[in-house]
Structures are given as C-alpha cells and as structure tokens.
Design a protein around this ligand. Structure first.
Ligand code: SAM
Length: 248
C-alpha cells in the first residue's frame, strides 16, 4: 500500500515550506487539497505540477473512501490545507481516520501552524495550553462557551477572523475581566505581522480605535485564570484528600 503524507504548508511566508515538504509534494501521485485553486498556485510557485483532488468539509466523507482505495492500491498521496497544518481547524480528520482504520501508513511532514507560531512569541505560559479553535459565530453560543472557560487555568488559544475579532474581544472582556493578560497575534509571517499584548481591555481599545488592527488573520491568546482559581482548586483538592482519608 502507499502512504498518506500529511504536509504542513506556510501560513503566509512561502519560504516556510520545508525542503521535505517540497520533496514530498513533488513525489506523490496526487495532492489532496482543501481548495485546489489555492494549492495549484502554491505548487506552481515551486514549479510543481501534480494531479489535485479536492477534499473539503462538504465532500470529505464521500471522497475519503475513494482515496483510501487508491492508497490501498499502492498510490501515495499528500494531504494539504490552504495554510498551516491539515486537521488543525481544517479538513482531513475523516481521511486520516479512514486511512488508519484501513491499515495505511499515515506520515507527517510537520511545519507551520498558527497556534504554535503565536504561542512561541506570546510570552504567556505555554507549558500547558488549551486550543479552542474558532469560537461559535452566534453571539449567544460564543458567550456561553467563554463563560464555561472563565475558570480554565491553562493559557487559552483561539483562532479568529477579521469580521469577528472586535466582538470576540468584547465578549472576552465580559467573560474573563478586562485585566486578564492577553496577546493578539495578527498576520504572522506576513507583511503586516503584529503582536499586541496587554490586558484584554487594552487590546479591545486598540482594536476598536484602529481599523488596521482588525484586518487579516488572528490568533488570540488569553492567560489562564490566575492564582485565585489555582488556589481554589488546590484548596478543593486538599479538602477532598482530607475527606477521602477520614471516610476510609
Ligand atoms: N490549519 C491552520 C493552522 O495550522 O494554523 C489553521 C487554519 S484555520 C481555517 C485559519 C485560521 O488560522 C485563521 O482564521 C487565523 O485564526 C489562523 N491563522 C492562519 N494563518 C495565520 C497567520 N498568518 N497569522 C495569524 N493567524 C493565522
């Protein structure tokens, strides 16, 4: 059987495509892409011409089966998304699961991902973090999700788009308090790369005041609930341990 190579592609700067990613994309029988036009462009930039197969949210369940049959018959395929690492808030999960279930080798060609790039420059605790992907689009559901995260002690990482960043910052201020340290990473590796830090209320003020700060692609990182919550959790554990020994 062939191999399914899961290949990370740049999140902005094309020079971030790794030599191994290039070699893999050149060598496979076909490239499965979220948006074939976008990927054709990327491949053309590097002088690569490979057959492309669309694999997106709407056809993945159906196409995955056919692709697994091709892999089983000995073809090797690459899976890419429009930017960054496939499966990270991007299509591919169904294909990878189906390939693994069929005993096909699935091998990563790691590289850029906006979460990791943002964490690496944010200066927020990064030993543990919770990646929340995109928040719900509807205001009610978004606020509910944020309320449920208010006590989370790990650094929170969200993906956000230009049309919702202002609303999301306002909702974060409401859910976590304006004082919570946060970082807004915008357009990483691109011309207008900007990493703003400050309390959530400060980020909100800057984004509200300057339309340029609402353009592009964003990773929003919010420090976890501080000592207060840590202390409460530790106290809870202590009492539980005491009770557990008492009740033995
Ligand atoms: N698979 C990608 C990855 O590994 O990062 C993420 C795909 S997701 C559909 C796109 C989101 O990732 C954007 O809305 C934004 O939140 C984030 N993103 C992608 N590129 C970025 C960049 N250059 N700077 C900041 N955020 C970026």
């Amino acid at each position: 059987a062939g191999t399914l190579h899961v290949v990370a592609t740049p999140i902005g700067n094309l020079a971030d495509l790794s030599p191994r990613a290039l070699e893999t994309l050149r060598s496979v029988d076909a490239v499965c892409a979220e948006d074939t036009r976008h990927t054709r462009h990327l491949l053309a930039h590097f002088g690569i011409e490979r057959p492309l197969q669309a694999l997106h949210e709407h056809n993945e369940a159906e196409v995955a089966e056919r692709l697994v049959a091709r892999l089983a018959a000995g073809e090797s395929l690459a899976l890419v998304s429009d930017a960054g690492t496939p499966l990270v808030s991007d299509p591919g999960f169904r294909l990878v699961r189906a390939a693994r279930e069929a005993g096909i080798r699935v091998s990563p060609v790691p590289g850029p991902s906006a979460i990791i790039a943002a964490l690496s420059v944010a200066g927020l605790p990064s030993d543990r973090f919770a990646f929340e992907g995109f928040l719900p689009a509807k205001a009610g559901a978004r606020r509910e999700r944020l309320a449920a995260l208010a006590g989370e002690v790990r650094t929170l990482v969200f993906y956000e788009s230009s049309h919702r960043i202002a609303d999301t910052l306002a909702d974060c201020v409401a859910a976590f308090g304006g004082e919570r340290p946060a970082v807004l990473a915008r357009e990483l590796t691109k011309l207008f790369e900007t990493v703003l830090d400050g309390p959530l209320s400060g980020l909100q003020a800057r984004v509200d005041a300057d339309p340029d700060q609402r353009r592009g692609e964003f990773v929003l990182l919010v420090q976890g609930a501080g000592d207060d919550a840590d202390a409460k959790i530790a106290e809870g554990r202590r009492i539980y341990a005491l009770l557990a020994t008492e009740l033995k």
